[in-house]
Structures are given as C-alpha cells and as structure tokens.
Design a protein around this ligand. Structure first.
Ligand code: AMP
Length: 125
C-alpha cells in the first residue's frame, strides 16, 4: 500500500496539541473529540493517534493493539453518549475516504452521529 500521510493535516495538529479540541475520550492509541460543525446532536470524531490516512489504511497497517484500542474506544463513546442501538435509539458510523468519499481531512477518522433520525445512508446519484 502506498498511502502518503500529510503531517500538516488539521487532525495531526490536534494530536500535537497545536489546535484545541473538545475531547470526549483519550486512550493510549485513540482520541475522540466533538466535530466543530456538528450534523447531529451527537457528532463525535474518533481518530487513531498513528499516522493513517483512511480506514482501509488503518485496517491494513495498524497493529492489533491500535485496532483493539480504537474499536473499544468506539464502544465506550457510544455507551457514554447514550446512542447505542440496544439501550437507546442507535446511531451511524461514517468513515469517508479519498475523493469519492469526499474526505476533507486526510487523517483516518470515524464520525459517530446520533441523537436524531439520520435519514438514508447515501443521497441518490
Ligand atoms: P471528512 O469530510 O470525513 O474528512 O470530515 C472532516 C470533519 O472534520 C468535518 O466534519 C469537519 O467539521 C471536522 N473538523 C474540521 N476541523 C475540525 C476541528 N478543528 N475540530 C473538530 N472537527 C473538525
């Protein structure tokens, strides 16, 4: 795989402490913070601390420890936010990648959206 990571992307700056964020959860390998332009009452971004561009990049090259840490962080965030589908009304996980995915920030992230009905997954073409 030949992903090239841009160290000046905005989430890299957040991870280096150069830009503030509203942290929801921080673990050894993962940071979660509120999206600056929320699309729903709950809109949290979860990012690995490692230099991965997209979800598939992360899934292919991150260590088992990083992947486990990230995945468990997602579970904790949903539980704490009260948006799990078993105990509450559910939510949506989105990870945009590249041009067709309309990814703005080239550091792997998962959007967690909840707190209202979210409509269909994708706009009809
Ligand atoms: P994407 O299109 O999937 O790359 O989404 C990038 C997201 O990052 C958007 O929802 C932005 O609102 C969000 N975002 C950009 N800058 C910041 C920031 N400084 N703090 C929090 N969220 C941000």
């Amino acid at each position: 795989m030949s992903y090239v990571y841009d160290t000046e992307n905005i989430f890299a700056k957040i991870l280096r402490g150069e830009i503030p964020n509203n942290t929801v959860l921080e673990t050894d390998h993962t940071l979660a913070f509120e999206d600056i332009r929320p699309h729903a009452p709950v809109h949290i971004l979860v990012i690995p601390k490692g230099a991965y561009v997209t979800y598939d990049h992360f899934a292919a090259e991150a260590s088992d420890e990083e992947i486990l840490d990230f995945t468990r962080a997602v579970a904790k965030i949903c539980k704490t936010a009260g948006i799990t589908a078993d105990e509450a009304a559910g939510c949506r996980f989105i990870s945009n990648a590249g041009e067709h995915g309309m990814q703005e920030v080239p550091h792997m992230h998962v959007h967690i959206l909840g707190g209202r009905p979210l409509g269909r997954l994708v706009d009809p073409a």
